[in-house]
Write a protein that binds this ligand. Structure first.
Ligand SMILES: [Zn+2]
Length: 146
């Protein structure tokens, strides 16, 4: 399974699709992704009639959006067959990075990028790559709380 490296941008862990460059939100409990921009079927929605009770106690049928599991599974299988399901690689100190950056009041300052060539190529304006927790703590204490 191909790997993608997570980076933090404005307080959110993201990973870039190598095919279309769409940034997908990822988190520490979700270590595999399929790009929704490349494989729209993985968020397919259907509508189902459901009985709903109104404020005055009467019942009526309402159309409600529900996950279309059949289309989602088909899209996921297709993505796997194309080798486009990705394993997300988080830095070893991801939880510490989150903790340090949570102290930065302005969310725009909550950024961390791994020192990876593919990240440097896609995010050339990042101020630093591969900062250690110590570097991050120092930066946050010097500048980051504004
Ligand atoms: Zn994509």
């Amino acid at each position: 399974m191909p790997k993608l490296y997570a980076y933090m941008f404005r307080g959110q862990w993201l990973a870039d699709c190598p095919k279309c460059r769409n940034a997908s939100q990822v988190d520490l409990s979700r270590k595999k992704i399929i790009c929704i921009s490349c494989h729209r079927g993985i968020i397919a929605t259907a509508y189902a009639m459901q009985l709903s009770r109104t404020a005055n106690g009467s019942e009526r049928q309402l159309m409600r959006p529900v996950a279309d599991l059949e289309i989602r599974e088909k899209a996921a299988q297709q993505a796997r067959a194309m080798d486009e399901e990705y394993e997300i690689i988080f830095p070893a100190g991801a939880v510490n990075i989150e903790q340090v950056l949570s102290k930065v009041r302005d969310p725009r300052g909550r950024c961390w990028f791994p020192d990876r060539e593919e990240i440097r190529a896609l995010h050339p304006r990042a101020s630093a790559y591969g900062q250690s927790i110590r570097d991050l703590v120092e930066e946050v204490s010097n500048y980051g709380l504004g």
